[in-house]
Design a protein around this ligand. Sequence first.
Ligand code: P6P
Length: 335
Amino acid sequence: MTQKVSLTRYLVEQQRVDGLIPAQLRLLLEVVARACKRISFAVNKGELGDVMGAAETQNVQGEVQKKLDIIANEVLIEANEWGGHLAAMASEEMEGIYVVPNRYPQGEYLLLFDPLDGSSNIDVNVSIGTIFSVLKKPDDHPGVQEADFLQAGAKQVAAGYCIYGPQTTLVLTVGDGVAMFTLDREQGSFVLTQENLRIPEDTKEFAINMSNMRHWDAPVKRYIDECLAGKDGPRGKDFNMRWIASMVADVHRILMRGGIFMYPWDKREPEKPGKLRLMYEANPMGWLVEQAGGAATNGKERILDIEPTKLHQRVSVILGSKNEVERATGYHTEK
Ligand code: P6P
């Protein structure tokens, strides 16, 4: 029987082999994984754990928070603040950054996360997940401030997500491909189940919220209309559609079998470039997709090249199978 490789062993071997994972980053990733395990157990309790439904609060985005949104945020903060590997954290659920309290040692990394993405699916038992991104704190000044987080996605040193679905699966990159770890609930540890994940460059499956069609810009409408025209249309093949309304679940499907995911700008709120957040949704997912051979743009430029100006800024997202992302992006630049 082939020996199972735990997340810890994988990270130690990666650290030993190519030095991509300094000890402090390895510690950070193991702590995030343990926090995701705790979140998974809370999510799996459902109605049995008084974790369902809405809290009486709103987040910085003005969205009603679910009880599990708050629980997941607190789990990640508590798990990561004392270890000495972080200087500060930023979360979709918090307006400002969370600086590691003085009673704990400060580290050189910055952790950003959407603690529970897709939370509108919690109450209907559909897959949701935690998305995280790791940056290095600039070392040209003492202390840490919000501006230290405003780095392009290309500067990430680690990124990943944990999807809470039929399996609890952690998907991770440190810049040397994408590895997948499945939670072995009997052992209580994440076990390596796939590495060097590759996204097929072509696909017949698109993911977009079709109810917004009348609000889209022309290039998006052209791309989707051509998919809908099927084999008698300009694409010469039929397409399938999926929309789970949980970015983690849609991106996981694309990492496993290809596809294109689109949450474009639309004219409902024209002042917003898109719905999804750059720093802790589009950047980590964009890097994972690129590391698996896919592509990620905002319709005009590579997501990872965008220079952020605000912590919670939003962005239009087109990501997935390389040839489809290039086609959809090309329609934007043609325009
Ligand atoms: P809509 C979840 O709220 C989320 O941020 C992403 O996970 C998901 O892809 C998107 O919003 C769904 O948005 O407008 O289809 O409900």
